[in-house]
Write a protein that binds this ligand. Structure first.
Ligand SMILES: NC(=O)c1ccc[n+]([C@@H]2O[C@H](COP(=O)([O-])OP(=O)(O)OC[C@H]3O[C@@H](n4cnc5c(N)ncnc54)[C@H](OP(=O)(O)O)[C@@H]3O)[C@@H](O)[C@H]2O)c1
Length: 263
Protein backbone atom coordinates (compact mmCIF):
# COMPACT_ATOMS: atom_id res chain seq x y z
CA UNK A 1 0.00 0.00 0.00
CA UNK A 2 2.79 2.46 0.88
CA UNK A 3 4.13 2.08 -2.69
CA UNK A 4 1.32 4.22 -4.10
CA UNK A 5 2.55 7.14 -1.96
CA UNK A 6 6.23 6.58 -2.83
CA UNK A 7 7.78 9.49 -4.78
CA UNK A 8 11.18 7.91 -5.39
CA UNK A 9 12.45 8.96 -8.83
CA UNK A 10 10.00 11.86 -9.11
CA UNK A 11 10.99 15.51 -9.53
CA UNK A 12 8.88 18.16 -7.81
CA UNK A 13 9.02 21.89 -8.52
CA UNK A 14 7.77 23.74 -5.45
CA UNK A 15 7.55 27.50 -5.97
CA UNK A 16 8.28 29.85 -3.06
CA UNK A 17 10.52 27.63 -0.95
CA UNK A 18 12.58 30.28 0.82
CA UNK A 19 10.30 29.99 3.86
CA UNK A 20 6.82 29.04 5.08
CA UNK A 21 4.36 26.53 3.63
CA UNK A 22 6.49 25.96 0.50
CA UNK A 23 9.18 24.53 2.76
CA UNK A 24 6.63 22.47 4.76
CA UNK A 25 5.36 20.84 1.54
CA UNK A 26 8.79 20.50 -0.08
CA UNK A 27 10.03 18.69 3.04
CA UNK A 28 7.08 16.26 2.88
CA UNK A 29 7.71 15.49 -0.81
CA UNK A 30 11.44 14.98 -0.20
CA UNK A 31 10.73 12.65 2.72
CA UNK A 32 8.42 10.67 0.40
CA UNK A 33 11.36 10.30 -2.02
CA UNK A 34 11.14 13.22 -4.48
CA UNK A 35 14.02 15.37 -5.65
CA UNK A 36 13.15 19.06 -5.62
CA UNK A 37 13.42 22.23 -7.64
CA UNK A 38 13.29 25.03 -5.08
CA UNK A 39 12.67 28.70 -5.89
CA UNK A 40 12.94 32.23 -4.60
CA UNK A 41 13.29 35.71 -6.06
CA UNK A 42 16.61 35.80 -4.15
CA UNK A 43 18.45 32.59 -4.88
CA UNK A 44 20.81 32.95 -1.88
CA UNK A 45 17.78 32.65 0.42
CA UNK A 46 17.47 29.01 -0.66
CA UNK A 47 20.82 27.89 0.79
CA UNK A 48 19.51 26.70 4.20
CA UNK A 49 16.61 24.75 2.69
CA UNK A 50 18.85 23.20 0.02
CA UNK A 51 21.13 21.93 2.79
CA UNK A 52 18.14 20.60 4.72
CA UNK A 53 16.77 18.68 1.71
CA UNK A 54 20.20 17.22 1.00
CA UNK A 55 20.43 16.10 4.64
CA UNK A 56 17.19 14.13 4.06
CA UNK A 57 19.09 12.39 1.22
CA UNK A 58 17.32 14.06 -1.69
CA UNK A 59 18.52 16.57 -4.31
CA UNK A 60 17.49 20.24 -4.32
CA UNK A 61 18.13 22.39 -7.40
CA UNK A 62 17.72 26.12 -6.65
CA UNK A 63 16.36 28.44 -9.34
CA UNK A 64 15.48 32.13 -9.30
CA UNK A 65 11.80 32.72 -10.01
CA UNK A 66 9.53 35.75 -9.95
CA UNK A 67 6.01 34.61 -10.81
CA UNK A 68 5.04 38.18 -11.79
CA UNK A 69 7.54 38.07 -14.64
CA UNK A 70 6.74 35.95 -17.72
CA UNK A 71 10.37 35.53 -18.83
CA UNK A 72 11.44 34.57 -15.32
CA UNK A 73 8.85 31.77 -15.34
CA UNK A 74 9.99 30.44 -18.72
CA UNK A 75 13.66 30.58 -17.72
CA UNK A 76 13.10 28.87 -14.38
CA UNK A 77 11.10 26.01 -15.88
CA UNK A 78 13.59 25.53 -18.74
CA UNK A 79 16.51 25.48 -16.25
CA UNK A 80 14.75 22.90 -14.07
CA UNK A 81 13.96 20.65 -17.04
CA UNK A 82 17.51 21.01 -18.38
CA UNK A 83 18.84 19.98 -14.96
CA UNK A 84 16.63 16.95 -14.21
CA UNK A 85 15.23 16.12 -17.67
CA UNK A 86 11.65 16.45 -16.41
CA UNK A 87 9.24 17.79 -13.81
CA UNK A 88 6.64 15.28 -12.55
CA UNK A 89 5.04 17.37 -9.82
CA UNK A 90 4.33 21.08 -9.54
CA UNK A 91 3.33 22.71 -6.27
CA UNK A 92 2.18 26.22 -7.17
CA UNK A 93 2.82 27.75 -3.75
CA UNK A 94 4.38 31.22 -4.29
CA UNK A 95 1.96 33.84 -3.07
CA UNK A 96 1.28 36.83 -0.88
CA UNK A 97 -1.42 38.82 0.81
CA UNK A 98 -2.40 42.47 1.26
CA UNK A 99 -4.64 43.00 4.29
CA UNK A 100 -6.66 46.22 4.09
CA UNK A 101 -10.25 47.42 4.40
CA UNK A 102 -11.80 47.26 0.92
CA UNK A 103 -12.27 51.05 0.73
CA UNK A 104 -8.51 51.60 1.20
CA UNK A 105 -7.30 49.19 -1.50
CA UNK A 106 -5.31 50.72 -4.34
CA UNK A 107 -5.10 49.68 -7.98
CA UNK A 108 -1.54 48.49 -7.28
CA UNK A 109 -2.60 46.42 -4.23
CA UNK A 110 -5.16 44.62 -6.36
CA UNK A 111 -2.70 43.97 -9.20
CA UNK A 112 0.04 42.77 -6.84
CA UNK A 113 -2.18 40.12 -5.27
CA UNK A 114 -3.95 38.94 -8.43
CA UNK A 115 -0.79 38.94 -10.54
CA UNK A 116 1.12 36.90 -7.98
CA UNK A 117 -1.50 34.48 -6.70
CA UNK A 118 -3.67 33.84 -9.75
CA UNK A 119 -1.84 34.91 -12.92
CA UNK A 120 1.43 33.56 -11.50
CA UNK A 121 -0.02 30.13 -10.73
CA UNK A 122 -1.53 29.90 -14.20
CA UNK A 123 1.62 30.76 -16.14
CA UNK A 124 3.85 28.50 -14.05
CA UNK A 125 1.40 25.63 -14.65
CA UNK A 126 1.26 26.45 -18.37
CA UNK A 127 5.07 26.49 -18.70
CA UNK A 128 5.50 23.20 -16.83
CA UNK A 129 2.69 21.52 -18.76
CA UNK A 130 4.01 22.73 -22.13
CA UNK A 131 7.70 22.06 -21.43
CA UNK A 132 7.56 18.63 -19.83
CA UNK A 133 4.23 17.25 -18.58
CA UNK A 134 2.28 17.20 -21.86
CA UNK A 135 5.17 15.75 -23.90
CA UNK A 136 5.71 13.07 -21.22
CA UNK A 137 1.97 12.43 -20.73
CA UNK A 138 2.34 12.63 -16.97
CA UNK A 139 1.89 15.29 -14.34
CA UNK A 140 0.61 16.18 -10.91
CA UNK A 141 -0.22 19.87 -10.52
CA UNK A 142 -1.09 21.09 -7.04
CA UNK A 143 -2.32 24.67 -6.96
CA UNK A 144 -2.27 26.22 -3.53
CA UNK A 145 -5.57 27.82 -2.64
CA UNK A 146 -6.87 28.65 0.80
CA UNK A 147 -9.94 28.48 2.96
CA UNK A 148 -10.57 31.80 1.19
CA UNK A 149 -11.09 29.81 -2.03
CA UNK A 150 -14.53 29.07 -0.59
CA UNK A 151 -15.01 31.74 2.15
CA UNK A 152 -14.94 35.53 2.05
CA UNK A 153 -13.32 37.62 4.79
CA UNK A 154 -13.35 41.38 5.40
CA UNK A 155 -9.89 42.85 4.86
CA UNK A 156 -8.91 40.11 2.39
CA UNK A 157 -10.86 41.04 -0.74
CA UNK A 158 -8.14 40.66 -3.42
CA UNK A 159 -6.71 37.63 -1.64
CA UNK A 160 -10.11 35.89 -1.52
CA UNK A 161 -10.70 36.81 -5.20
CA UNK A 162 -7.34 35.31 -6.15
CA UNK A 163 -7.92 32.11 -4.18
CA UNK A 164 -11.46 31.68 -5.48
CA UNK A 165 -9.95 32.09 -8.95
CA UNK A 166 -7.37 29.38 -8.23
CA UNK A 167 -10.18 26.95 -7.35
CA UNK A 168 -11.98 27.69 -10.66
CA UNK A 169 -8.76 27.65 -12.68
CA UNK A 170 -7.96 24.23 -11.19
CA UNK A 171 -11.21 22.76 -12.52
CA UNK A 172 -10.63 24.20 -16.00
CA UNK A 173 -7.05 22.95 -16.22
CA UNK A 174 -8.07 19.51 -14.95
CA UNK A 175 -10.59 19.29 -17.78
CA UNK A 176 -8.10 20.63 -20.34
CA UNK A 177 -5.14 18.46 -19.43
CA UNK A 178 -6.72 15.23 -18.17
CA UNK A 179 -6.26 13.78 -21.67
CA UNK A 180 -2.51 14.25 -21.24
CA UNK A 181 -2.34 12.21 -18.03
CA UNK A 182 -2.08 15.31 -15.87
CA UNK A 183 -4.11 15.74 -12.71
CA UNK A 184 -4.72 19.27 -11.42
CA UNK A 185 -5.94 19.83 -7.88
CA UNK A 186 -6.15 22.65 -5.39
CA UNK A 187 -4.79 22.19 -1.87
CA UNK A 188 -6.43 24.78 0.34
CA UNK A 189 -4.86 25.33 3.76
CA UNK A 190 -6.72 27.00 6.61
CA UNK A 191 -4.89 29.18 9.13
CA UNK A 192 -1.16 28.43 9.45
CA UNK A 193 1.36 30.67 11.23
CA UNK A 194 4.17 31.75 8.88
CA UNK A 195 6.32 34.87 8.58
CA UNK A 196 3.72 36.69 6.44
CA UNK A 197 1.05 36.49 9.16
CA UNK A 198 3.12 36.06 12.36
CA UNK A 199 1.94 39.41 13.76
CA UNK A 200 -1.67 38.16 13.82
CA UNK A 201 -0.67 35.24 16.04
CA UNK A 202 0.81 37.67 18.62
CA UNK A 203 -2.71 39.06 19.07
CA UNK A 204 -4.20 36.88 21.83
CA UNK A 205 -7.75 38.08 21.27
CA UNK A 206 -7.60 37.28 17.53
CA UNK A 207 -6.01 33.90 18.20
CA UNK A 208 -8.78 32.91 20.62
CA UNK A 209 -11.39 34.12 18.13
CA UNK A 210 -9.97 32.02 15.30
CA UNK A 211 -9.43 28.91 17.46
CA UNK A 212 -13.06 29.17 18.60
CA UNK A 213 -14.01 28.63 14.96
CA UNK A 214 -11.69 25.69 14.27
CA UNK A 215 -13.24 22.35 15.27
CA UNK A 216 -9.75 20.86 15.83
CA UNK A 217 -9.14 23.70 18.34
CA UNK A 218 -5.76 24.89 17.02
CA UNK A 219 -4.21 26.60 13.98
CA UNK A 220 -2.40 24.46 11.41
CA UNK A 221 1.05 23.05 12.18
CA UNK A 222 3.81 22.31 9.61
CA UNK A 223 3.12 18.57 9.35
CA UNK A 224 -0.63 19.09 8.81
CA UNK A 225 -0.21 19.46 5.03
CA UNK A 226 2.05 16.40 4.59
CA UNK A 227 -0.62 13.79 3.91
CA UNK A 228 -2.60 15.92 1.46
CA UNK A 229 0.39 17.10 -0.58
CA UNK A 230 1.92 13.60 -0.82
CA UNK A 231 -1.48 12.17 -1.79
CA UNK A 232 -1.97 14.76 -4.56
CA UNK A 233 1.63 14.29 -5.79
CA UNK A 234 1.59 10.49 -5.88
CA UNK A 235 0.05 7.57 -7.76
CA UNK A 236 -2.51 7.36 -4.95
CA UNK A 237 -4.38 10.25 -6.60
CA UNK A 238 -4.27 8.98 -10.20
CA UNK A 239 -8.08 9.27 -10.56
CA UNK A 240 -8.46 12.44 -8.43
CA UNK A 241 -8.53 15.68 -10.39
CA UNK A 242 -10.17 19.10 -10.49
CA UNK A 243 -10.77 19.01 -6.75
CA UNK A 244 -10.20 21.46 -3.94
CA UNK A 245 -9.15 19.82 -0.68
CA UNK A 246 -9.42 21.98 2.41
CA UNK A 247 -6.90 21.19 5.16
CA UNK A 248 -8.18 23.64 7.71
CA UNK A 249 -8.96 21.83 10.96
CA UNK A 250 -12.61 22.08 9.92
CA UNK A 251 -13.03 25.87 9.93
CA UNK A 252 -14.88 25.57 6.61
CA UNK A 253 -17.66 23.73 8.42
CA UNK A 254 -18.77 27.28 9.20
CA UNK A 255 -18.33 27.03 12.98
CA UNK A 256 -19.33 30.34 14.55
CA UNK A 257 -19.72 31.86 18.01
CA UNK A 258 -23.27 30.47 17.94
CA UNK A 259 -21.89 26.93 17.94
CA UNK A 260 -18.96 27.58 20.30
CA UNK A 261 -21.18 27.25 23.36
CA UNK A 262 -21.94 23.64 22.42
CA UNK A 263 -18.28 22.57 22.47
N1 LIG B 1 0.01 30.79 5.93
C1 LIG B 1 -1.26 30.52 5.75
O1 LIG B 1 -2.05 30.47 6.70
C2 LIG B 1 -1.78 30.23 4.36
C3 LIG B 1 -3.07 29.70 4.26
C4 LIG B 1 -3.57 29.40 3.01
C5 LIG B 1 -2.80 29.62 1.88
N2 LIG B 1 -1.56 30.15 2.02
C6 LIG B 1 -0.80 30.34 0.79
O2 LIG B 1 0.35 29.51 0.85
C7 LIG B 1 1.43 30.13 0.16
C8 LIG B 1 2.61 30.26 1.11
O3 LIG B 1 2.21 31.07 2.19
P1 LIG B 1 3.18 31.35 3.41
O4 LIG B 1 2.33 31.69 4.56
O5 LIG B 1 4.17 30.27 3.51
O6 LIG B 1 3.88 32.71 2.90
P2 LIG B 1 5.38 33.23 3.10
O7 LIG B 1 6.00 32.66 4.32
O8 LIG B 1 5.31 34.72 2.95
O9 LIG B 1 6.13 32.63 1.81
C9 LIG B 1 5.76 33.05 0.55
C10 LIG B 1 6.66 32.45 -0.49
O10 LIG B 1 6.19 32.91 -1.77
C11 LIG B 1 7.27 33.45 -2.49
N3 LIG B 1 6.85 34.57 -3.35
C12 LIG B 1 6.13 35.68 -3.03
N4 LIG B 1 6.00 36.48 -4.10
C13 LIG B 1 6.64 35.86 -5.13
C14 LIG B 1 6.85 36.17 -6.49
N5 LIG B 1 6.41 37.32 -7.07
N6 LIG B 1 7.54 35.29 -7.26
C15 LIG B 1 8.01 34.15 -6.72
N7 LIG B 1 7.88 33.80 -5.44
C16 LIG B 1 7.18 34.65 -4.65
C17 LIG B 1 8.29 33.90 -1.46
O11 LIG B 1 9.57 33.80 -2.07
P3 LIG B 1 10.68 34.97 -2.07
O12 LIG B 1 10.19 36.11 -1.24
O13 LIG B 1 11.88 34.30 -1.47
O14 LIG B 1 10.85 35.28 -3.50
C18 LIG B 1 8.10 32.87 -0.35
O15 LIG B 1 8.93 31.77 -0.53
C19 LIG B 1 0.92 31.47 -0.34
O16 LIG B 1 0.49 31.31 -1.66
C20 LIG B 1 -0.25 31.74 0.58
O17 LIG B 1 -1.21 32.58 -0.02
C21 LIG B 1 -1.03 30.46 3.22
Amino acid sequence: MSQIFDLTGKVALVTGTSRGLGQYMGRALARAGADLVITSRKIADLDPFKAEVEAIGRKAFPVELDVRNYDSIQNAVKAAVAHYGKIDILVNNAGLNVRKPAVDLTWDDWNLVLETNLRGEFFVAQAVARETMIPRKYGRIINIGSVTSVFGYAGLTPYCASRGGVKQMTMSLADDWGKHGITVNCLAPGWFKTSQNAALYENKEWLEYIIDRIPMRRPGAPQDLDGAVVFMASDASEYYTGQTMLVDGGISTGATRATVAAK
